[in-house]
Design a protein around this ligand. Structure first.
Ligand code: CDM
Ligand code: ATP
Length: 289
């Protein structure tokens, strides 16, 4: 029996500018994805049937789980009937804007493509990933700092890495992505700043003056409805973060620190380690456990 174990990492969004709405209801955006050191663990074992277990009982472990959705989509694509048992140890908080479910889906596509001997070309895997979620292609195809446009599926590797310690905090609120896209305050008419250029300035020249450019368009509505999320951001700034922001549609917030001791102190200020994570500078996702 063949087992494959992998880690599925979370992301943060450094800037998230929503630029318009498509006729199908999806929004166009520009964002920069950065990986963070917070991960789910998945083990795949070949089996006759497709099934899974999930360590977090607040999440579905039936066909509504993104792992089984990804596995079924791949099986349908390959027109085969092979099975697998998937064991998901959930560490990334859900409804947090950290892309945990999307990362699990991407890991499932990647592993089962090999375990089932499908070896689908990357364009076909990309198409399957987009259907599963706008964030899934990032986790499928990237390991570092990436500029994303379209609905989040058009990716450009920035070939740079963030020279900061990242403290990511989950403020105990689960926020629905659908709700956030329905309720954010649109600013479609403005001229959007060039996030790629800002990242180059930040990574190459450590020009901290560009940091305020990395706005997240979900912040205003999320802070209005979830005051504890605003407070978490303020606390990161009080702890000495050079910059702090909401990630994705929330509720997680992150802070960038130039000193390790300040980042570690901020981690302690948030208490329980399972609710916060510390990512070192230049972090990249390494998939295999
Ligand atoms: C907030 C972000 O995490 C930023 O990276 C993503 O935009 C969300 O990505 P995701 O969770 O993979 O989203 P999906 O599962 O594809 O979509 C969930 C819902 O969010 C809305 N949605 C999502 C992405 C997008 N560009 N526009 C949208 O309007 C749609 O109502 C969609 O039905
Ligand atoms: N494996 C999974 N992990 C997390 N959530 C899952 C999973 N499978 C299905 N879901 C459903 O998807 C919803 C969103 O989960 P996820 O953690 O990806 O959201 P998020 O933190 O808002 O991420 P994103 O940044 O992609 O919007 C959950 O509320 C849950 O009902």
């Amino acid at each position: 029996m063949q087992h494959i174990s992998v880690k599925a990492f979370a992301k943060i969004n450094l800037g998230l500018l929503i630029t318009g709405k498509r006729p199908d209801g999806y929004h166009m955006l520009e964002t920069v994805f950065a990986p963070v050191n917070w991960y789910d663990e998945l083990t795949f074992t070949s089996a006759d049937e497709l099934s899974m277990t999930c360590s977090n009982l607040d999440l579905p472990s039936d066909d509504n789980n993104l792992c089984l959705k990804a596995a079924s989509a791949l099986r349908d694509y390959a027109e085969m009937t092979k099975g697998a048992t998937i064991r998901l140890t959930k560490n990334i908080p859900f409804g947090a804007g950290l892309g945990g479910g999307s990362s699990d889906a991407a890991a499932t596509l990647r592993v089962l493509n090999v375990l089932w001997g499908i070896h689908a070309p990357s364009d076909d895997l990309h198409a399957l990933a987009v259907k599963l979620g706008a964030d899934v292609p990032y986790f499928l195809e990237s390991s570092g700092l990436v500029f994303a446009s379209g609905i989040g599926e058009q990716l450009q590797d920035l070939e740079r890495s963030l020279p900061f310690h990242i403290v990511t905090v989950f403020p105990e609120e689960h926020i629905s992505t659908v709700w956030a896209y329905k309720n954010f305050y649109p600013k479609f008419e403005r001229k959007v700043p060039d996030l790629k250029e800002m990242v180059f300035e930040l990574c190459e020249n450590k020009d901290l003056t560009v940091l305020p450019t990395f706005e997240n368009d979900f912040e205003a509505v999320v802070f209005d409805y979830y005051p504890s999320v605003r407070q978490a951001k303020e606390k990161l700034l009080e702890e000495g973060a050079l910059f702090a922001s909401l990630s994705g549609s929330g509720s997680a917030v992150f802070g960038l620190f130039d000193r390790q001791d300040a980042a570690e102190k901020a981690m302690q200020a948030f208490g329980d380690k399972s609710r916060a994570s510390l990512t070192p500078p230049s972090f990249k996702m390494i998939q295999r456990s």
